[in-house]
Design a protein around this ligand. Structure first.
Ligand code: HEC
Length: 165
């Protein structure tokens, strides 16, 4: 079991050398994924835990410490929360406009903890369907109660570290 901060290496690729003739893709896939697409180098993480390898729309270089991790001290609950958020939430949710766009942004312009209670955030993470019919967020089962508390600590921390640019 890899440590919680572990994320596999991601590669931007344009060709599958093992495919006999091209990529064997349908024209629709060719259009959607060309010229580059994203793959993860791993065989120890369930594919469902990683962002899906869809075609790349753009590449944005970010200063991780500035937009995602602020000046968080090592070994704190906030830091544990950051690593958990990065692994289990960031593929769908952005912080300071950095991250996935499947679910809502968590910090800009208003931090989620400014309009949701901690308890509701916690319950939502465990069971979105108990709040909303047809919720599109899957229940996050891989993080235990203490981990969710750390994620919420991280969200509170980000409230004081908003970077709009
Ligand atoms: C597979 C994508 C996905 C993952 C992973 C995911 N979420 Fe979500 N989340 C969503 C979507 C989509 C919504 C919008 C409401 C809905 O459809 O459930 C949402 C809604 C929420 C909400 C309610 C906010 C609102 O206004 O709707 C919270 C809080 C939340 N997510 C937190 C988290 C946290 C924390 C994690 C990681 C532990 C996480 N989510 C992981 C997709 C995801």
């Amino acid at each position: 079991m890899p440590p919680s901060c572990w994320v596999p290496e991601g590669y931007v690729v344009f060709k599958d050398r093992d495919a006999l003739s091209g990529r064997n893709w349908t024209p629709e896939m060719e259009r959607a994924f060309s010229p580059f697409y994203l793959v993860w180098k791993t065989d120890s993480v369930a594919a469902s835990e990683l962002p899906w390898p869809y075609g790349l729309v753009h590449i944005k270089l970010i200063e991780r410490n500035r937009s995602l991790a602020g000046n968080i001290s090592e070994g704190t609950g906030v830091m544990r929360g950051y690593h958990l958020f990065r692994r289990y939430c960031l593929s769908c949710h952005s912080i300071n406009k950095t991250g996935g766009q499947v679910g809502p942004e968590m910090n800009w312009p208003r931090n989620i903890t400014e309009y949701w209670t901690d308890q509701n955030i916690k319950n939502y993470i465990k069971d979105p369907g108990s709040f909303r019919y047809n919720a599109h967020m899957p229940a996050v089962k891989q993080v235990d109660d203490q981990g969710i508390d750390d994620i919420i600590r991280y969200l509170h921390y980000q409230k004081e570290h908003k970077y709009p640019e």
